[in-house]
Each structure stands twice: as C-alpha cells, then as structure tokens.
Write a protein that binds this ligand. Structure first.
Ligand code: GDP
Length: 338
C-alpha cells in the first residue's frame, strides 16, 4: 500500500494546530496496532516528541487491542477512552487505520469530536489514494454545556441519535458572494457561471452520510437572494432554520463589512441555529482583499467555525457542509460502554 506520507503529515499538523492547547498527540495506527504516523501537540512544527508518543502508545495499546478487535468486526466507528491523565478519541479511518487523538484530562471531547471525525475521513481518503485537501476548518468552540462524561478506563462508543429529521439550512451574506453557486456545487457537484440572481426561494435537498456513525443528516436547503430590498421575504426565510452558512467573498471587502449585521439578523430569527462562517472565491487568490487571518478573527468574534472555499473549483465545499452537519449531530451524541 503506498500512502502519501507527506499529505498525511501535513493533515496531522493542521489538525494539531487547530485543536490547540488541549492536544497532547495524534497517532495513526493500522489494524495490527502498528503506528503509521504520529505527532505530538506541544510543538508540531518541530520533530515528533518520541517520549510523549512512546508513552501514549504504551498507554493506548491495551485499548487498541480491544478496538482493533471491534474494528475488524466492522463495528467500531468512533469512541472515547479516559485515563487518569488523558482523554482519548478513537475514529475509524477507513478499512486500514484508526486515528487516535490524545487530549489533556481536562479537555472537552464535544468541540473536538467533529474535527476528529472529519480528519479521520480525510485520512481514509489518503489511504485510498483519493484527492484530499489537508485543510480542516478553524475550530471555534464556545463551551456549550454538556460534554461526553469522563469515565475512567471505560471504552465508550459514540453513537448519534438524530433520527430521520430534515434540517432547514439557509445561507446568509451579501449578493454575489457565491451562495447559489455553493449550493449547486454541493447538491449537484458542479459549478455554472451566470446563475440568475435568485428572486424567490429555491429549495433543494441533500443528505450527508457519515461512515461508522450510522447516521445521516438531511438538509433542506433554502436559497434566496441576499439583496436588502427583500427584507420582508428574508424574515420568513431565516426563521426556524436549524443550520446556516454565512458567506462573504474574500475578494470584496464590502461583503465582509456587514457580517455582524447578518449574524445578528439570523440569530434573532433562529436563536438555536448552528452556523458557520465561509470565505468564498479563494481561487481568485490574486484579488484577495480579506486575509485568512481576518476571516478567522471575525469567526472568533462571532463564535463560529471558519472555512475558506471555492465554489468554482469545489475546494472545501463538501467539507463546509459536512462541518455544519457534524455540528448538528454533535447535539445528538450518546455513548455506550463497550
Ligand atoms: P449569490 O448572489 O451569493 O448567490 O452569488 P452567486 O452564486 O450568484 O455568484 C455570484 C457570481 O460569483 C457568479 O458570477 C458566480 O459565477 C461567481 N462565483 C461564485 N462562486 C465563485 C468562486 O468560488 N470563484 C469565482 N471565481 N467565482 C465565483
């Protein structure tokens, strides 16, 4: 099996950087429990801290033996394990590997879990030799109360109970930032130039599936033009939405300026909405007016996760929607001792 090691390491470095201070190490192991790659969290830019990884792998070994057993029966999926000093998240990464995140004992699992899952899925793609962008969305987490409880020395399988419900998804942001193009790209996997500016609302459906989680998220996507003359229509549009994407165009500063206004309007109409911030049109890098750092700062200010996309090339479009779906199903996480 030839694995693109460079890509794997780049992905792990990105992940380590995004998860931040609570991360002790990440380890990718194969079915036999052999370490395929590992990075320690304290200083990911430098070489791997052998001592930490060595210590941690000794610690996870007995757990891994159990997991690889469960795993080969195809039943494992995603789970957690707590020890005196650490909290571990295990995610199946395709048929060949398990992705292990080692967090500090005081860390919350809940904010990290969607990213661990997304990363595991990318690792699976790297092992399959499929294309994958080594980028994971910026993690912004406001403590949302409940978390997977700490249970020492117990392997807990993560399950999702979201049922068959479909979620209303809306897009916010100024006209011309690429909302309609993003939706079309996501729904049909293609990009067309010259969409007519939408006057009414078009409604599309799309499911997001999750390997190993036995759960789907169904989105009912409402697409509407962002122009302010439709303010009245816009009110009913943003009401009762469970999911939302707030979009701006990285090549036009004026689309970045009123994000707080948009955020307020959406949150007022749908207080419990799961929302992410997206900077679109990154294929036009030479015309960029808003830097990635500015985007991240804004996301932090609004308490939203952040990702940059191109509806034109398709880069990160699926990840943006998937990220949102994972934020939603995170609310329906239950655990089962195994
Ligand atoms: P909306 O008004 O926010 O729904 O924006 P549209 O989806 O209608 O897009 C506005 C214009 O931007 C169209 O001409 C699209 O072809 C173009 N566009 C959308 N996304 C991208 C992108 O990622 N890159 C580039 N270069 N153009 C884009």
């Amino acid at each position: 099996m030839s694995v693109d090691r460079k890509k794997l390491t780049a992905l792990l470095q990105w992940y380590v950087q995004e998860v931040g201070k609570d991360l002790i190490a990440v380890i990718v192991v194969n079915r036999e429990g052999l370490i395929l790659d590992s990075i320690s969290g304290k200083d990911s830019q430098k070489s791997v801290d052998e001592e930490i990884v060595g210590g941690v792998s000794a610690l996870v070994e007995p757990v891994l033996t159990r997991i690889t057993k469960e795993f080969s029966s195809g039943a494992f999926g995603t789970g957690t394990f707590d020890t005196e000093d650490y909290r571990l998240i295990f995610c199946e990464a395709g048929p060949d590997a398990v992705f292990v995140t080692v967090l500090d004992a005081v860390a919350m699992i809940d904010p990290v879990f969607p990213y661990a899952y997304l990363t595991a899925e990318k690792i699976a793609r790297i092992f399959d030799g499929r294309t994958v962008s080594p980028v994971i969305p910026k993690i912004i987490s406001r403590g949302e109360g409940k978390d997977i409880s700490r249970k020492k020395d117990t392997l807990q399988r993560i399950k999702i109970q979201s049922g068959e419900y479909a979620y209303k998804l809306i897009l916010g942001g100024e006209g011309g930032v690429g909302k309609t193009s993003m939706v079309h790209r996501f729904v049909e996997g293609k990009y067309e130039t010259d969409y007519k500016s939408t006057i009414g609302t078009s409604i599309m459906k799309k499911e997001c599936e999750f390997d190993g989680l036995s759960s789907k998220v169904r989105f009912v996507i409402w697409d509407l033009a962002g122009q302010s003359q439709f303010k009245r229509v816009r009110m009913t549009y943003v009401e009762n939405a469970e999911a939302g994407i707030l979009v701006y165009d990285v090549t036009r500063n004026e689309t970045f300026e009123n994000l707080e206004g948009w955020h307020k309007e959406i949150k007022t109409a749908s207080p419990n909405i799961s929302l992410i911030l997206v900077g679109n049109k990154i294929d036009l890098e030479g015309d960029r007016e808003v830097s990635r750092e500015q985007g991240q700062e804004m996301a932090e200010k609004l308490g939203l996760s952040y990702i940059e996309t191109s509806a034109k090339t398709g880069e990160n479009i699926n990840d943006a929607f998937k990220m949102l779906a994972l934020q939603i199903i995170k609310r329906f996480v239950v655990t089962e001792d195994i």
